[in-house]
Structures are given as structure tokens and as C-alpha cells.
Design a protein around this ligand. Structure first.
Ligand SMILES: N=c1c2ncn([C@@H]3O[C@H](COP(=O)(O)OP(=O)(O)OP(=O)(O)O)[C@@H](O)[C@H]3O)c2ncn1[C@@H]1O[C@H](COP(=O)(O)O)[C@@H](O)[C@H]1O
Length: 114
């Protein structure tokens, strides 16, 4: 697994029992799932706006920073629900040999057969 994600996952797990007054992550866990989901939604919107700006201006740093915020808040959400980045990476690895179009065709075939 990617070292950066693994290191951050370990920090996030530790913050589940930390003092909300001393840790941003602990404060999100303390506020609960709805607050975490609100942050994920906000960051997703910011990624979209930054991508549009990057497309017009050619400047990529803001986009990279916003994607980092989105990934981070998704990781907090996963941690809150007792999942980890490793679970997501495993799922992505399982898809390595399957094209997106093939996967979609299989899904549509199984829906029509119901
Ligand atoms: N990677 C991050 C990270 N990325 C973004 N953020 C925080 O996410 C918040 C982004 O939200 P906004 O930009 O909307 O800022 P805001 O207005 O302050 O947010 P709200 O008041 O709406 O909650 C900011 O407070 C950022 O500092 C992060 N906070 C923490 N981490 C990692 O998590 C670790 C643990 O952090 P603490 O729990 O704070 O110790 C840190 O060591 C870092 O590795």
C-alpha cells in the first residue's frame, strides 16, 4: 500500500480517540457523520471549480491542493465508518484487468436478466 496513505490512515485512526479541542480530525469525528459528509460535499465542489479554473488558466497548484483536501476528507469519512484507504486500493486493484466499458456491459446484462 502507498506509504503516504498508510501513514495518514494510522494518524486518522489515532485521532478517533483524541481531544476534539486539539485535533481537527477529532473535532470532525466529534461533530459526527453529517458534518464529515458536508465537508466531503464542499471539497468535491471546490475540486470542480478548481478544475474549471485550471483548464482556463493552465495553473494546476490550486487544483492539486483541492484534490488533496477532498481525498483527506474522504479518508476521514472512511475512518469514521471503520473502513480504510487500503480497502479502496484493494477494490481498485481488483479492477486492473477489467475495462470500464466491459464492467458497465456486465452490469447492464445482469440488470436485464433480472
Ligand atoms: N491532511 C490533512 C488536512 N488537509 C486539510 N485539512 C484541514 O481541513 C480543513 C479544510 O477545511 P476548509 O478549507 O473548509 O477550512 P475551515 O473553514 O477551517 O473548515 P470548517 O470550519 O468548515 O470545518 C482545514 O482546517 C485544513 O487544515 C487537514 N487537516 C489535517 N490533515 C492531516 O491530518 C493529520 C491530523 O490532523 P489533526 O487532527 O488536526 O491533528 C495532520 O497531521 C495532517 O496529516
Amino acid at each position: 500500500m502507498n506509504d503516504t496513505l498508510q501513514q495518514l490512515d494510522a494518524t486518522l485512526a489515532q485521532r478517533k480517540s483524541a481531544d476534539p479541542a486539539e485535533s481537527y480530525v477529532a473535532s470532525l469525528h466529534h461533530k459526527g457523520l453529517n458534518k464529515i459528509l458536508e465537508k466531503v460535499g464542499e471539497e468535491a465542489t471546490e475540486v470542480i471549480l478548481a478544475a474549471k479554473d485550471a483548464d482556463h488558466s493552465g495553473e494546476r497548484q490550486e487544483l492539486i491542493a483541492e484534490v488533496a483536501d477532498l481525498w483527506f476528507h474522504c479518508m476521514v469519512m472512511l475512518s469514521h465508518l471503520d473502513c480504510s484507504s487500503e480497502d479502496v486500493l484493494t477494490r481498485l486493484r481488483q479492477r486492473f484487468d477489467l475495462s470500464g466499458l466491459e464492467e458497465k456491459a456486465n452490469r447492464q446484462r445482469s440488470t436485464t436478466n433480472k
